[in-house]
Design a protein around this ligand. Structure first.
Ligand code: HEC
Ligand code: HEC
Length: 480
């Protein structure tokens, strides 16, 4: 990727006029009728317009990301250490301060109002992963296991809690987990419940004050989350809206910090996290993908570039010296991939959460407005981000580009091992789905594409290529 796609070089005039248009549109919406509410929460398929972003300092953003307690409740540190006496050195990150320097990358420590030191999961739980021996910040972790009840960990840790202060801190955290536990358990290892988690948190909070209610104030989301694969952060350098359905319109920094909602019980707490949100956004938008660590056949990749530009660039853009990216949402009937995630976002069944956001302190700057389709993502570093599609249903790029090869039932091999011939983690093809699994553990590891939301159809744009052309495109994708 060249520096011309870096943020901060955007032409100023169009950005300013876009802001004015946004203001005018927002003003019209205020007086809208019932239909206006529907429009407010929907976007058209097609190109996504750019929204100006608050400027931020990327370096300060990294500091905040790995040190600030934006998730402010958690397990008492002393109990955590009794349960887990040592940190694996491969999980340490540079630039961490105080206690954080000795914690694994996905945990952050802070001292709460009662003087108790607590540790909580941070963004890197889902947004950092190991590849080829390196811990890559921004790479989605596609191997997390959300198939068990999170209350089990809470109770396990409870046995190590000592003293009044620690018990109160543990109880605060346990209460939060109790509220969200029914909505964050997926049926398959790797499937991520973050979206359902967000809806569940909104259901338990008063939008005006952010006060927590143990009883839901809105009808909660369905219990079983639709499966989602974690996108790599470096895409945000090019994307005009966040998330697969481009539901995240407006101020990206504010959206990113919605994750803080697990624990922030007051508007002041949310504002404290928002004070560094623009810096975190700037850091995320400055990330470059890792470089492909294995050999590349340059001549074959050059052939692949030509095929790619003829077959794929209209949706995914061009790369290299003068990159372009169309920011295109592709309608469900054109892309043909599993429709459940985009349909649930646009059929009205989530509008109460979009309304919640509009009424909350976040609402001045963010708008939840999904389109009925999926964005064709930038393909920078795509070789590192298997499995593919928004639901992670296709394990490798070779079968993404030849739908006849896609397995109906599959599971990742253990320990995980990267296969450069298919651009994905080695997997086993299975003869049966979850229904015939031997036990709970095997059931959780099987990716069963016959289940609702888990479908692996669509995106047939590589099927028409010859084998030689497909090999060339795969070689080219290694260079992005
Ligand atoms: C529990 C896992 C999890 C945690 C924790 C989490 N995220 Fe995410 N994040 C996701 C998933 C899943 C998506 C994709 C959702 C979608 O696109 O609909 C996502 C999407 C994003 C995106 C948009 C990427 C794109 O291409 O549109 C950004 C940026 C992001 N997260 C930032 C953050 C930040 C910053 C934090 C911490 C404050 C955070 N996330 C915490 C799981 C998580
Ligand atoms: C008509 C638009 C369109 C064309 C043409 C197209 N794609 Fe896509 N592509 C998409 C969309 C939309 C998605 C996301 C679908 C989803 O997540 O369900 C996608 C997803 C992908 C992904 C998966 C990204 C990820 O991380 O999950 C890869 C890889 C990809 N496309 C490669 C290609 C290649 C190579 C070609 C040319 C042979 C191509 N695409 C042609 C629209 C297109």
């Amino acid at each position: 990727m060249t520096s011309s796609s870096k943020p901060g070089r955007r032409p100023l005039v169009p950005v300013v006029s876009m802001a004015l248009i946004a203001l005018v549109v927002a003003a019209c919406d205020e007086e809208g009728d019932a239909d206006g509410a529907q429009d407010r929460f929907r976007s058209e398929v097609g190109p996504v317009p750019e929204t100006p972003q608050r400027p931020g300092d990327a370096q300060a953003g990294y500091r905040a990301l790995v040190n600030e307690p934006y998730v402010s409740c958690g397990m008492p540190y002393s109990a955590y250490r009794r349960l887990t006496p040592e940190t694996d050195p491969a999980d340490l990150l540079p630039g961490r301060e105080g206690r954080n320097a000795e914690l694994p990358y996905h945990l952050t420590a802070h001292t709460n109002a009662d003087g108790v030191e607590v540790v909580s999961s941070n963004c890197l739980l889902c947004h950092a992963a190991h590849f080829d021996g390196e811990l890559v910040v921004g790479l989605g972790n596609e191997f997390l296991d959300f198939t068990t009840d999170p209350r089990a960990l809470v109770n396990q840790l409870g046995a190590y809690v000592r003293g009044e202060g620690d018990t109160a801190a543990w109880q605060h955290w346990a209460d939060r987990v109790e509220g969200i536990a029914p909505y964050v358990q997926t049926s398959t290892v790797g499937a991520n419940p973050a979206t359902n988690l967000t809806w569940a948190l909104m259901a338990h909070r008063d939008p005006a004050t952010l006060a927590w209610s143990s009883e839901p104030l809105l009808e909660p989301p369905p219990r079983e989350p639709l499966p989602v694969s974690v996108p790599p952060w470096w895409r945000m350098q090019k994307k005009h809206a966040m998330f697969y359905t481009t539901i995240g319109r407006g101020d990206h920094g504010r959206f990113m910090l919605l994750a803080a909602m697990l624990c922030a019980d007051t508007v002041e707490e949310a504002e404290a996290a928002d004070s560094y949100a623009a810096d975190i956004r700037a850091f995320i938008a400055s990330l470059e993908p890792p470089e492909y660590p294995f050999p590349i056949d340059a001549a074959l990749a050059e052939e692949g570039r030509q095929v790619f530009e003829a077959t794929c660039s209209s949706c995914h853009g061009t790369y290299g010296e003068a990159p372009s990216y169309p920011n295109l949402v592709v309608a469900l009937d054109v892309v043909g991939t599993d429709p459940a995630y985009a349909t649930a976002a646009t059929d009205g069944s989530r509008d109460r959460f979009y309304e919640w956001a509009a009424r909350s302190p976040y609402g001045d700057d963010v708008r939840l407005a999904p389109a009925e389709g999926y964005i064709a993502p930038p393909l920078d570093g795509v070789w590192a981000t298997a499995p593919y599609l928004h639901n992670g249903s296709v394990p490798d790029i070779r079968s993404l580009l030849d739908s006849r090869l896609r397995p109906t039932f599959w599971r990742h091999e253990q320990p995980r091992d990267y296969d450069a011939t298919i651009l994905g983690w080695r997997y086993e093809r299975l003869e049966h789905g979850k229904d015939q699994a031997a036990d709970r553990e095997e059931r959780a590891r099987i990716y069963d594409t016959t289940r609702p939301g888990y479908g692996n159809g669509g995106h047939l744009f590589g099927d028409g290529l010859t084998d030689a052309e497909r090999d060339a495109v795969i070689e080219y994708l290694k260079t992005l």
